[in-house]
Design a protein around this ligand. Structure first.
Ligand code: SAH
Length: 345
């Protein structure tokens, strides 16, 4: 079975010709796929072609196998099933500027951050461009024509820059005019900081927002929770961020999860501010979402607001990330893990 979902119109046209079909079928199939249709719904294709395609190719490689709707807000958490039996998570959030979908880029993750549930069993495999697109197509089908996904954040399970080529191809699919047409300015890519790939990304001419999971004001603390910090010291990471800002003219977002007893004191905020001074950036504070299997503590509201105030006083642009879907295993990797564990029992 060949997955057609990750192909752009030119590739689909070429594929159709190889199959002995007229080239224009490629563009038709592309449009249908991006509308979320399977082959049987591609009504402007001859019936025999539709059934032939059904037997040999895949149009929709992802399906929703479980969904949880938050009672607190409009957030929906999906468990997406892939054709090989693996599953990944996605979260659909309703903001005033439209729907944002958080997608996964890998099944699991091999980065090993100690606070994160996605990495507990390592990385099973990377997702294809078609599977990443498929997550969006699922969410659009869920919205059932009433609305659609406007913004995408690559903040589900996996490290996008550890699946570099597939992620780049996926991003280029998003802005195809006949596709889901999501502007790359509405896309955020979050990385734990794979420095060489951050330089590559700056050369791609793709205007995505770069989010960097910093989570510490210095190397000593960062190394306690993020193994990648042992490979790339913070100074190198910040240099790569400055390069991204210079090359793209876009500010970088730093994610900072506040972990009780680790990185949330006033002196940490002061040190963070001094390292980020003069940079075109924004800090997103996230109270740690406590993961059962991990021995890390969360923080109370007071600690978050004090940390925020210190940063603001030192003229660092910062906000507290709104917590959404808190009652539906909101944190990275939690729902998938829960489902796998339940299946094992
Ligand atoms: N691998 C990428 C993207 C996936 S994680 C990265 O590291 O950025 C998306 C964000 O959620 C990251 O900032 C990650 O550090 C954060 N995160 C993961 N587990 C968390 C938890 N338990 N509480 C708060 N934030 C968490």
């Amino acid at each position: 079975m060949i997955e057609l979902t990750g192909m752009n119109p030119a590739e689909l046209t070429a594929w159709c010709k190889e199959q002995g079909l007229p080239g224009f079928r490629g563009k038709q199939i592309f449009k249908w796929i991006h509308q979320g249709a399977d082959f049987d719904g591609m009504t402007n294709l001859p019936k025999d072609l539709r059934s032939r395609l059904q037997e040999t190719a895949i149009a929709q490689p992802v399906e929703i196998i479980e969904k949880r709707q938050s009672r607190l807000d409009d957030t929906v958490k999906f468990l997406f099933g892939l054709k090989d039996g693996n599953c990944v998570e996605g979260v659909l959030m309703h903001y005033h500027h439209g729907y944002t979908l958080c997608i996964s880029t890998q099944v699991g993750c091999r980065m090993g951050c100690t606070f994160c549930a996605s990495t507990l069993d390592g990385c099973v495999r990377s997702l294809t461009p078609g599977e990443m697109l498929g997550e969006i197509l699922c969410a659009n089908r869920f919205l059932d024509g009433k609305d659609r996904v406007h913004n995408v954040v690559l903040m589900g399970s996996g490290e996008p820059l550890d699946n570099y080529d597939n992620v780049m191809k996926f991003l280029r699919l998003l802005r195809e005019p006949d596709g889901v047409s999501i502007g790359l300015r509405n896309v955020s890519l979050s990385t734990c900081g794979i420095v060489p790939k951050m330089y590559d990304l700056a050369e791609e001419d793709l205007p995505v927002t770069l989010s960097v999971s910093l989570h510490a004001p210095n190397d000593e603390i960062r190394r306690q929770t993020m193994p990648i910090a042992k490979v790339y010291p913070m100074e190198e990471l910040l240099k790569a961020c400055r390069n991204y800002i210079d090359k793209t003219g876009r500010r970088v977002i730093f994610e900072y999860a506040l972990v009780g007893g680790v990185n949330c004191e006033e002196k940490h905020a002061v040190e963070l501010a001094s390292r980020l001074r003069g940079m075109q950036c924004h800090v997103n504070l996230i109270p740690l979402n406590v993961v059962e299997e991990r021995d890390l503590r969360g923080v109370n509201e007071r600690i978050v607001s004090d940390f925020l105030k210190t940063l603001e006083k030192l003229h660092i642009s910062a906000t507290r990330r709104r917590e959404m879907g808190d009652d539906i295993e909101g944190a990275c990797g939690q729902l998938r893990r829960k489902t796998i564990m339940e299946k094992k029992q």
